[in-house]
Design a protein around this ligand. Structure first.
Ligand SMILES: NC(=O)c1ccc[n+]([C@@H]2O[C@H](COP(=O)([O-])OP(=O)(O)OC[C@H]3O[C@@H](n4cnc5c(N)ncnc54)[C@H](O)[C@@H]3O)[C@@H](O)[C@H]2O)c1
Length: 328
């Protein structure tokens, strides 16, 4: 059976994509820095119908990547290994961020080109490509909203999108770039390579410990989340599309979650009786670090709908599903 290669497949998004692929019986090759998937993924994934191969390596190492394509017949590639750098890491490790996020993806594409078996590449772009535009436009549209990435991470994601699509065209590869919205849910953990963990991870940890989460004072800024199970389904839709109607696609919920945070937190409280939440009082420091202090526009979802995908989980359903997963 031809395999799907997921680089960074032991990371947060990668594990969700891997799980969804295994659930439908695929052979998944996970390539990344980890020698094995984190617990409890090995035991849970072993019960799924698909086949899993885990290969340890670095995406900046072209020879190892070539060997992966020699040893396995790969028909789809999600080159998702990345460093999601915050400002301190940007200042400290700029070259490494570019090496992994841009050159690592291009090295994976080169190996895919040389293999000659790959039918689809899903490039990992991000909401971060909108950058400054996210604060100036109420709707972030793939065609009309100017990408103005601010962080080095956002710059590398825009570069991956443009360079990846360009080279895929020149090399006879079929690629689609997914502008992935901020996501949360099962399998999120600190890999040491992502400096902006979701606020829901902080809430999940507080819920597990039976603590009271103190969130910033109202009103909370507008923010567009996509539940990671929905995101994984969207990425599979891009992987599978026979004739992609678009080459750059937002994968997001397309709605503002700020009015729903209270109901989401209540869903965690219903699942974890020791857990409670409240807003911080004047001068009090919240215990949950919020991902954003300014309101952002929401990502347009019409292009994603053209791939036959739309999110299944509303905010409360997503929080309840996440809480149930944490308890299982
Ligand atoms: N999490 C989000 O909200 C979000 C939003 C937009 C885009 N994305 C994109 O999704 C992809 C996955 O991100 P994530 O949130 O799962 O991050 P993560 O940190 O959880 O996972 C990243 C994975 O990449 C691996 N990796 C990093 N450098 C590597 C290297 N040099 N060689 C091999 N493996 C390496 C890590 O070991 C890890 O398994 C990234 O491309 C990211 O830009 C994520």
């Amino acid at each position: 059976m031809d395999a799907i290669l997921v680089t960074g497949g032991a990371g947060f998004v990668g594990l969700n994509v891997t799980e969804a692929l295994l659930a439908r019986g695929e052979h998944v090759v996970v390539f990344g820095q980890e020698a094995a998937l984190p617990d409890p993924a090995p035991a849970l994934f072993a019960r799924l119908p698909g086949r899993l191969t885990v290969i340890q390596g670095d995406v900046t190492d072209a020879a190892t990547l070539r060997e992966v394509f020699r040893a396995q017949r790969i028909r789809g590639v999600l080159p998702f290994a990345a460093i999601t750098a915050g400002p301190e890491r940007e200042a400290r490790d700029a070259q490494r961020i570019l090496d992994v996020n841009l050159k690592g993806v291009l090295a994976t594409l080169e190996a895919a080109r040389d293999a000659g078996t790959v039918r689809r590449v899903v490039l990992p772009s991000s909401a971060a490509v909108y950058g400054e535009s996210a604060y100036a436009h109420p709707v972030l549209d793939e065609a009309t909203t100017p990408p103005v990435p601010m962080s080095l991470y956002g710059v590398t994601k825009y570069a991956v999108e443009r360079a990846g699509l360009r080279l895929a065209g020149l090399w006879g590869l079929d690629a689609v770039a997914a502008r992935i919205g901020a996501t949360f849910g099962p399998w999120e953990r600190d890999t040491g390579l992502r400096d902006t963990l979701s606020l829901f991870l902080g809430i999940a940890e507080a819920a597990r410990r039976g603590e009271t989460a103190v969130i910033p004072p109202a009103p909370l800024p507008s923010y567009d989340w996509v539940y990671v199970r929905d995101l994984a389904a969207g990425l599979l839709a891009l992987l599978d599309a026979e004739a992609p109607p678009h080459r750059v696609v937002n994968l997001a919920s397309g709605m503002d979650w700020a009015p729903h945070y209270g109901a989401c937190l209540d869903a965690f409280a219903a699942a974890f009786p020791g857990f409670a939440w409240r807003h911080a009082g004047a001068g009090e420091t919240p215990t949950i670090r919020w991902n954003e202090s300014r309101s952002r526009g929401v990502m347009a979802v019409a292009r994603a709908a053209d791939f036959g995908w739309r999110p299944r989980f509303g905010p409360v359903e997503a929080a309840a599903d996440h809480a149930a997963w944490l308890k299982a």
